[in-house]
Design a protein around this ligand. Structure first.
Ligand code: G4P
Length: 532
């Protein structure tokens, strides 16, 4: 392979990741503390005001308004200890889960926040499934130690079991709730005493070379010192030192305990993060393995943001740079359209300000103004004809039939449905052997968005009929005959996605399991590669 190993230093400097959590676990608060460490913001509260309120309201225009603001926070780039960190925001609102899933295809690692009081919650489970599937390295932050949470051993066990991942504690908490005294750093054997709202300083760090040291009794009290000694003995016996390669392969997740709101335990994690988190990684394409340090540029679109405001009807395509150097005003090859395109105003997101960039390197995300040329998964190169793989569509969870209320606008409706689904707002299926159009989404809110946009942008008026399905499974078989039989036999439950791939729409888990058992020659998949 003719790779000239260019831009090594730029690549080595970068870490591109996302923070994920169930709403309310503390993602926004943690993000803010990271930005404070990076000097990207000066005051607490700056991120908060941009946040889509999670319990929000069925008023999607309000959510859209906030989402509009959140374009600015879609990517937050900042420097910390000579490392350039690209933090990709993921919407907490569950109706935008699909956005989050896609963002996970553009990062090299994630930090998962778990609320120590609530433990593993629904959204956590779903997001971690995606991480496991992609073997994304994960660091876990157990938050809100200042509140009376679950027993920490139980919590670790719960996380391991529920998320099917092995954990490796890096710090260990001393009590919780009002008795929370701090964390013991298992790696460098020091204790940080808890003080609410620390500024980032290390002033309260005490190095303990030996756990039997009387300093421990003095600082923690005899009882807590003894508990810590016992805990640490147990943990050291079970876990030993972290093997970074097991973290990088996605098999083991290092765990930190802390309190985001008090900025406690955050710096320990951030310091470890920049030490062990993966640098931008090489990626698979449909043609060949593409090394991150090849000198030619390549990248792909993982998210498209459309502005609903009629006065600013612009779209921004978010492109992750995978190799080489992205340059302003340079012509690149849009592989799907087989067309040369260039960008005069690409955005970067340094320090949370959108600003025009001249160039960008692997791991960076650039925002491209788009007039409808892009769809999710599109690849740009310097001429080579390839697509990045590993950008799946995920099964929707709510399905509705599209009913055209204005037959005069059929053409507009079809165009609108195609474009909106290219943007990734929803997935479009067509009934097998029929014409019925079915929209699949993760949240109810999307249907309102689609209805509104079809009317305002395409002049098409629709109504939706809810369908009794709970999952779409892409079906394949080594035996074409068997697939054909199944498709014919189950016609009422079969549809095709936009690329003509067959899906089985299951009414319930029970139906799905029954079909799986009865049809061992058919494979059921919950995701589908955009580029096969
Ligand atoms: P999210 O982005 O994951 O949805 O969570 P967010 O950071 O908004 O945090 C959810 C709530 O939990 C917030 O309270 C936040 O202040 C609180 N929180 C975050 N970290 C900690 C922590 O370490 N300890 C405790 N006790 N609380 C924490 P809120 O009441 O919803 O918002 P606000 O009124 O404080 O802004």
């Amino acid at each position: 392979m003719d790779s000239t190993m260019k831009y090594q230093n730029e690549i080595k400097k970068r870490r591109t990741f996302a923070i994920i959590s169930h709403p309310d676990a503390g993602k926004t608060t943690l993000t803010e503390k990271f930005l404070l460490f990076g000097g990207a913001i000066q005051v607490a509260g700056a991120v908060k005001s941009n946040k889509i309120k999670k319990h929000a309201t069925s008023d999607f225009m309000e959510i859209e308004r906030q989402r509009g603001i959140s374009v600015a926070t879609s990517v937050m780039s900042f420097e910390y200890e000579n490392t350039l960190i690209n933090l990709l925001d993921t919407p907490g609102h569950k109706d935008f889960a699909e956005d989050t899933f896609r963002t996970l295809t553009a990062v090299d690692s994630v930090i998962l926040v778990v609320d120590s009081v609530n433990g593993v919650e629904e959204q956590t489970r779903r997001l971690m499934q995606v991480c496991r599937m992609r073997k994304t390295p994960v660091i876990v932050f157990i938050n809100k130690l200042d509140r009376d949470g679950k027993n920490r051993f139980d919590l670790l066990e719960e996380i391991e079991k529920e998320l099917s991942i092995s954990l490796h504690p890096m710090t260990w908490p001393i009590n919780s709730g009002k008795d929370f005294k701090g964390v013991y750093n298992l790696h460098d054997k020091s204790i940080r005493l808890f003080t609410p709202n620390t500024k980032a300083a290390d002033d309260d760090t005490i190095s303990i070379t030996n756990l039997s040291s009387p300093v421990l009794n003095e600082k923690l009290g005899e009882k807590d010192a003894d508990i810590l000694r016992e805990d640490v003995e147990l943990i050291d016996g079970v876990y030993g030192e972290l093997k970074v390669e097991n973290y990088l392969s996605g098999d083991i997740a290092p765990v930190f305990f802390g309190s985001a709101i008090n900025n406690f335990g955050v710096k320990e994690m951030l310091d470890t993060f920049i030490r062990i988190a993966p640098v931008p990684r090489s990626r698979e394409t449909n043609k060949r393995y593409l090394a991150v340090d090849e000198d030619k540029f390549s990248g792909f679109v993982f998210k498209i943001h459309a502005n609903l405001d009629p006065k600013h009807r612009d779209r921004i395509a978010f492109l992750r740079v995978c190799s080489g150097k992205f340059e302003r005003n340079k012509y690149f090859h849009h592989v799907r359209l087989d067309k040369e395109v260039r960008f005069s105003n690409p955005y970067s997101f340094l320090a949370r300000e959108k600003s025009v960039v001249e160039d960008a390197y692997p791991g960076d995300v650039v925002g491209l103004f788009d007039t409808g040329n892009f769809k999710i998964g599109d690849t740009l190169t310097e001429g080579e004809d390839l697509f990045f793989t590993g950008i799946p569509s995920f099964s929707p969870e709510i399905f509705k039939e599209v009913v055209n209320k204005d037959p005069m606008k059929t053409k507009q409706l079809e165009k609108g449905l195609l474009q909106l689904t290219d943007e990734g707002v929803a997935q479009l299926f067509t009934q097998f052997g029929g014409n019925k159009k079915i929209i699949g989404c993760v949240g109810e809110l999307q249907f309102e968005v689609i209805q509104y946009r079809l009317l305002h942008e395409y002049g098409a008026s629709v109504q939706f009929n809810t369908l009794p399905f709970y999952k779409a499974c892409w079906i394949t078989s080594k035996d074409p005959q068997k697939l054909q039989e199944f498709t014919r036999f189950k016609q009422a439950n079969i549809a095709q996605d936009k690329d003509g791939h067959l899906v089985y729409l299951a009414q319930s888990e029970w139906f799905l399991n029954t079909e799986r058992t009865n049809n061992p020659d058919i494979e059921f998949h919950f995701t589908s590669e955009i580029h096969k």
